[in-house]
Design a protein around this ligand. Structure first.
Ligand code: NAD
Length: 249
């Protein structure tokens, strides 16, 4: 049980096909108590219940700083501690540079970058007092390659920014015993792809991936567990590619 008694917040974990939920389930299997934060209270609560009765699901729009602080307060009142934050919430769009609008830019940047910034600022004071904590941010292979197959430039920029945020937090927070890392997933078959690519398109993408398939949500969850647990105790500021070789440094 790598996360026995630990408490983990996972943002954007309400979709049971998504990376966040798979990560929540993986962490729970390792003994963690889970808090899922997502836009819809009912969906978040159901997602937590689907993992087990000990877990919590709350509404929180990560773009809203006050909502993030309130959610963290509630977690501390309920569980008395907080060990792990996974900044997973994200919105993907495939519009090309000249086809996207200011509103597209705002939502994509705000959910990923402002959301991770808000949530990290909400958890750090508690983590600092305990001199321990692990933050994992969800980037993307899009940021690593200069554009994904589906993500537009604003999405790519958002994912590059969240990866850079993880690196900067790693450097700043290391003296407080807090580690921060990021994951750069390749293409993962979740709700995020719905309406953007069909099955034939996925097969074509898979043919171009060295490992010959798309990622599963649990491929990413396993990497998240590594970065959140003591298995990676001496790793901070890393962007870990989990892309089947889509990006090789
Ligand atoms: P998903 O759509 O299942 O998950 C995204 C979740 O974020 C949803 O549950 C959504 O409700 C939530 N969310 C959106 N706006 C929010 C807000 N303002 N506040 C709180 N929650 C909000 O898709 P997923 O594929 O599991 O994506 C999870 C993360 O992984 C995202 O950051 C995405 O950019 C990243 N990612 C996905 C892929 C992929 O191919 N699926 C690849 C690379 C990176």
């Amino acid at each position: 049980m790598q996360l026995k008694d630990q408490v983990a917040i996972i943002t954007g974990g309400a979709s049971q096909r998504g990376i966040g939920w798979a990560t929540a389930k993986r962490f729970a299997d390792e003994g963690a108590r889970i808090v899922i934060l997502d836009l819809d209270a009912k969906a978040a609560a159901e997602a937590a219940r689907a993992i087990g009765p000990a877990h919590l699901g709350l509404a929180c729009d990560v773009r809203d700083e006050a909502a993030c602080r309130t959610a963290v307060q509630q977690v501390l009142e309920t569980f008395g501690r907080l060990d792990i934050l996974v900044n997973n919430a994200g919105v993907s769009q495939s519009h090309r540079l000249m086809d996207s609008t200011q509103a597209d830019y705002d939502i994509v940047m705000d959910v990923s970058v402002r959301g991770a910034y808000n949530m990290s600022r909400a958890v750090v004071p508690h983590m600092r007092t305990r001199r321990q904590g692990a933050i994992v941010c969800m980037g993307s292979v899009a940021a690593q390659r200069g554009g994904g197959i589906l993500g537009g430039p604003h999405y790519t920029a958002a994912k590059g920014a969240i990866q850079a945020l993880a690196k900067a937090m790693a450097r700043e927070l290391a003296p407080d015993g807090i580690r921060a890392n990021a994951i750069a997933p390749g293409m993962v078959d979740t709700e995020l792809l719905v309406g953007k690519i069909d099955d034939a398109g996925k097969r074509r993408v898979a043919e171009g991936i060295p490992l010959g398939r798309l990622a599963t949500a649990s491929d990413i969850a396993n990497a998240c567990l590594f970065l959140a647990s003591d298995q990676s105790a001496y790793i901070t500021g890393l962007v870990l590619d989990v892309s089947g070789g889509m990006h090789i440094h």
